[in-house]
Design a protein around this ligand. Structure first.
Ligand SMILES: CCCCC/C=C\C/C=C\C=C\CC(=O)SCCNC(=O)CCNC(=O)[C@H](O)C(C)(C)COP(=O)(O)OP(=O)(O)OC[C@H]1O[C@@H](n2cnc3c(N)ncnc32)[C@H](O)[C@@H]1OP(=O)(O)O
Length: 282
């Protein structure tokens, strides 16, 4: 083999370094680009990245790991080329074991705070459908680039779910109030053109690598800022949005659990889950 070829292969190998998140699971994968210092965090729970307890814990650990290892930014994406995330794993909410439900909802609240308040610049390369909490993951990031042909939004009201305040906030942090309110009340899922029109997403990409490049460019736009000053300014800008959850996480947890355990919610969920399963068998 020519020396130049070997050099090129070495360079290719060096470009992306996988880092573990200490728990050995592959539910999320983290790769840091050695050249840019930007970490790509990939959701990797087949078939549709539905967020169960284990994925939420893993995701939270990976976000923290990315901050600890001094990465310059975080790009959130999916290993599935049709689904970014299908939101919460509905099986966690259906006739739940109460101890697991508590752990699950705590993990959800913690993960959202970690992503929403992350010290590093964050961007979502949305390479598939981003439904409900899938959309919340994307809106917790500072920038969104999406591929055509997919839907994004929070359609909870269509299926009889009331959205908890932090989910509301993640919409309100990117959309004007009247658009957020209308979309939530309609249970609207946005097409890419609609999402771009209301600025729910920032850019359209023509493939996953293009989306990653666009996200990296956004993150690069902070190159000349001082990281601590940037992080503190972001925290201050977002302080009001997280006040409720930071001041009273247990109260927020209690309210959600009470709601999830109502016969009304459980019956609606049962019908929805049955529909989802029969659709996937068509
Ligand atoms: C005042 C206080 C208020 C407190 C409020 C408290 C609680 C609020 C309660 C709930 C809040 C919820 C937020 C959420 O995120 S709920 C999740 C909502 N998500 C969805 O509805 C997405 C449903 N899925 C889809 O639309 C499609 O699957 C999708 C477009 C994502 C992909 O389609 P595709 O055709 O590729 O794949 P499918 O064949 O449909 O699915 C494959 C497989 O996966 C199962 N599945 C899909 N989504 C979920 C899910 N979210 N949870 C669990 N399982 C899911 C699907 O059933 C198939 O399974 P199988 O039949 O192959 O076993």
């Amino acid at each position: 083999m020519l020396r130049s070829q070997t050099k090129l292969m070495d360079l290719g190998r060096r470009l992306c370094r996988s880092i573990g998140n200490n728990n050995g699971s592959n539910l999320t994968m983290v790769e840091v680009d050695d050249k840019t210092g930007i970490a790509t965090l990939t959701l990797n729970k087949p078939p549709v990245n539905s967020c169960n307890l284990e994925l939420l814990l893993d995701l939270n650990e990976s976000i923290k790991q990315i901050e600890r290892n001094g990465s310059r930014g975080l790009i959130l994406t999916s290993s599935n080329d049709k689904v970014f995330s299908s939101g919460l794993d509905l099986n966690e909410l259906h006739q739940p074991n109460q101890d697991r439900l508590i752990a699950f909802w705590r993990a959800l609240q913690d993960m959202w705070l970690s992503l929403f308040l992350s010290r590093v610049p964050t961007a979502a390369a949305i390479n598939g459908h981003a439904i409900a909490v899938g959309c919340v993951l994307a809106t917790a990031c500072e920038y969104r680039v999406m591929l055509p042909g997919f839907s994004i939004g929070i359609h909870a009201t269509k299926f009889g779910y009331v959205v908890p305040p932090f989910i509301l906030i993640s919409y309100l942090s990117v959309l004007p109030r009247y658009i957020a309110e209308r979309a939530l009340l309609q249970g609207k899922l946005f097409s890419i053109d609609e999402a771009l029109h209301v600025n729910l997403i920032d850019e359209v990409a023509d493939g996953k690598s293009d989306a990653i490049i666009k996200c990296a460019k956004f993150i690069g736009s902070f190159a000349k800022t001082q990281p601590d000053a940037r992080a503190l300014t972001k925290r201050q800008t977002r302080a009001q949005d997280v006040q409720l959850l930071i001041k009273d996480p247990e109260g927020q947890l209690r309210e959600s659990l009470e709601y999830i355990n109502t016969p009304f919610f459980q019956q609606g969920l049962e019908v929805y889950l049955a529909k989802l399963k029969s659709k996937s068998k068509e």
